[in-house]
Design a protein around this ligand. Structure first.
Ligand SMILES: [Zn+2]
Length: 240
């Protein structure tokens, strides 16, 4: 049962307050059931095509070649909410047109999916007033800048939730738990692993291969799940 709290950004009267584990559970269920329906089983990494198909399923249109420069220089994704209809998603053409930016395209896609899946219904419940839209034609759009795609401050709750979904969707919690568990068992580690040490760096690299993500996205995900810390917690009592 999702808890509601007052929305201090003033956009809605109240907003959903998801616990990270609620977002993890929901995201893993969305992606594994989508992959199972498509392929019969869920294997990772999720392909970029599958990420676009998932957004296409739940939106009215996905434009991978958007010109988002009108929204500002570092805007990489926009989700437009339309009460009573599915949303429209635009991704900056700069990402799709540059192979070196595929990881950025992937994180932007999963981030926007976070808005599509978790936030569309809010606009159905409280559609923006006509005069608000006249004053600000972007009042029904979530405009996402590069530096908040992975992480945002918690007070910017819509961006924070989409950032969490971004990692949780293509690095599902139970798959990460398996990967980290196997690594720590093999190396006799317990507790959090220091992010800058050899084990932390190796874990980040293993995550990058398993889920096809950037080192940054892998690090943020491991930190959020508490698997990485500032320093190694120490060797396991059971190792020799
Ligand atoms: Zn966003």
């Amino acid at each position: 049962m999702v808890r509601y709290v007052p929305d201090r950004t003033g956009r809605f009267s109240q907003r959903p307050h998801y616990k990270p584990e609620e977002l993890d559970r929901e995201c893993e269920s969305i992606i594994t059931s989508f992959l199972k329906e498509t392929y019969g089983d869920a294997s990772f990494p999720v392909s970029t095509d599958d990420l676009t198909r998932l957004i296409e399923r739940d939106s009215d249109d996905l434009d991978l070649y958007g010109d988002l420069s009108v929204f500002g220089p570092d805007v990489e994704g926009v989700t437009e909410f339309r009460p009573g209809q599915k949303p429209l998603v635009k991704i900056s053409a700069r990402l799709a047109n540059d192979d070196r930016r595929e990881n950025r395209l992937r994180t932007t896609l999963t981030h926007e999916y976070g808005h599509v899946h978790f936030h569309t219904y809010l606009w159905d419940i409280e559609p923006p007033q006509r005069d608000l839209l006249a004053q600000d034609p972007n009042a029904n759009k979530q405009i996402c800048k590069r530096d908040t795609i992975l992480e945002a401050v918690q007070s910017d709750w819509m961006e924070w939730q989409a950032g969490y979904v971004c990692g949780a969707l293509f690095m599902p919690v139970s798959r990460v738990r398996e990967l980290v568990g196997a690594y720590k068992e093999a190396h006799g580690l317990f507790g959090a692993v220091g992010h800058a040490g050899v084990h932390g760096q190796t874990l980040i690299a293993e995550m990058q291969t398993a889920f096809q993500v950037s080192a940054d996205a892998a690090r943020v995900r491991l930190l959020k799940l508490g698997y990485l810390g500032e320093v190694d917690a120490g060797p396991s009592l059971f190792s020799v």
